[in-house]
Design a protein around this ligand. Structure first.
Ligand SMILES: [Zn+2]
Length: 94
């Protein structure tokens, strides 16, 4: 956890919902949505990597590399969103 005004704000946010006081939310629909997106983005990324493995310098490597890189960035954004949500909301992944 970061120290400073930022974490103080996060604590205040958590305290606004009485059901979130113990930072143990059994089911969080927002988290599940974010996890679903993460899984979908991971699948796209893995497919893109498979495509990249199949390609070669003469045959579509640049295009496959660009697609794989874009898919990786999308996956990383989805992962960050999930982590940020869990940190700020206090709903712990099981
Ligand atoms: Zn949540």
């Amino acid at each position: 956890m970061l120290a400073g005004p930022r974490s103080t704000n996060q604590v205040r946010l958590l305290e606004t919902g009485p059901e979130m006081k113990n930072a143990a939310v059994p089911f969080c629909p927002d988290r599940e949505t974010l996890r679903g997106r993460l899984r979908a983005d991971l699948k796209v990324y893995l497919d893109a990597v498979t495509e990249l493995e199949r390609s070669n310098i003469e045959n579509g490597f640049d295009k496959a590399h660009k697609l794989a890189n874009r898919a990786r960035l999308a996956y990383e954004v989805a992962r960050k969103r999930l982590n940020q949500h869990v940190t700020s909301h206090g709903c712990v992944l099981r």
